[in-house]
Design a protein around this ligand. Sequence first.
Ligand code: FAD
Length: 373
Amino acid sequence: MPSALASQGYTNQYGVTMGPCTFCGFCTNYGCANYSKASAIVNVLPALVRMPNFTANTHCEVLEVTKDSTGKRATGIVYVDANGDKWEQPADIVVVAAFTFENVRLMLLSGIGEPYNPISNTGTTGRNYAYQTANNVQLFFDDKNFNPFIGGGAIGMGIDEFNNDNFDHSGLGFVGGGSTRVTPIGAAPINARPVPPGTPKWGKEWKKTTAQYYAASMSIGCEASNYSARSNYLSLDPTYKDPHGRPLLRITFDFTENDLRMAQYVTDKTAEIAKALNPKMLFASPRKGPWSNTSYQSSHVVGGFVMGADPATSSVNKHLQVWGVPNLFVVGASAFPQNPGYNPTGTVGALAFKAAHAIRTQYLKRPGEMISV
Ligand SMILES: Cc1cc2nc3c(=O)[nH]c(=O)nc-3n(C[C@H](O)[C@H](O)[C@H](O)COP(=O)(O)OP(=O)(O)OC[C@H]3O[C@@H](n4cnc5c(N)ncnc54)[C@H](O)[C@@H]3O)c2cc1C
């Protein structure tokens, strides 16, 4: 599986050094104490903060992107600092990169683009919200020790035989698919307590079963696609507000019949693979509807301010430049029109590089729409 982990010490082109991964088992969900996980915070910001013409304002929250009276030019942002003081920062170019949800919310709060209306199928801000179908097969053994306290994203293995259009969908009644993977990121001591379904949830029997299976179980996951649907979208919540009195983001979403059929199919295929390992017990959990948020399932949320060739159905062009507001760029998975059966961050990074490249090589030379329609 692709992973941004350093296997040995590495100093990048900006002079920032990463340490080798020690497979400590605290990978996903944690910052890396070895500086082995690449990210903008680890690899780029340390170099930027040394530059005399760069200022990083931390513990600040952007409230709004401001526009001039024509509405066709961003003039800067308004933000609050840690003391609660409000500031206006003028800017020639504004790049919003605040994650899928906040990208969309900031655009809605700033009145940029027309909010999507699922009934008339008009407007683009909030459109094409998509998620992911997380499916899983858990295996329990008597005679194996997987040393689950060791781990790291880079040792994950996966196959794409049942992903997207890599297989024949004739007669299956769905489109899409998923990436089948074993991802031993480390079974954190409190978080990971795999026990077979039916085990008591506390007490002597639970303790005994936890000890029996902590090291002797593994799972095979299948993170699968979720194609956007007309009825799934993001909008401003009419009721709930943040501490500044501004509406929170509302998610209107459920899986479609297509997604649930696909989830069952890819989970059955994953279970077939799992059976070849001869586990003592095997439990398959395909994604079921209706959607609920009662357990962690995936953070791979995409869409809502999508890229495309037509301003009638998209918010940004292929350089992530906002249609009609050319000095504003909105970067992130909010630009994905669909969620394929893959994690988003590699593509988010690639799109960020693409936007930065276009700004440097095209926009700065000739500020304005890089694509005219
Ligand atoms: C538990 C977990 C596991 C994940 N695992 C994977 C994985 O294995 N593979 C994968 O591909 N992806 C994974 N993801 C998804 C991945 O984290 C995101 O795709 C990625 O971080 C998106 O990058 P981004 O720069 O768009 O947003 P972020 O990394 O979220 O950065 C946005 C930044 O903007 C800041 N911000 C937000 N709103 C404001 C505001 N109003 N004002 C000022 N600042 C603001 C935030 O504080 C944050 O620092 C995981 C996510 C989670 C939560």
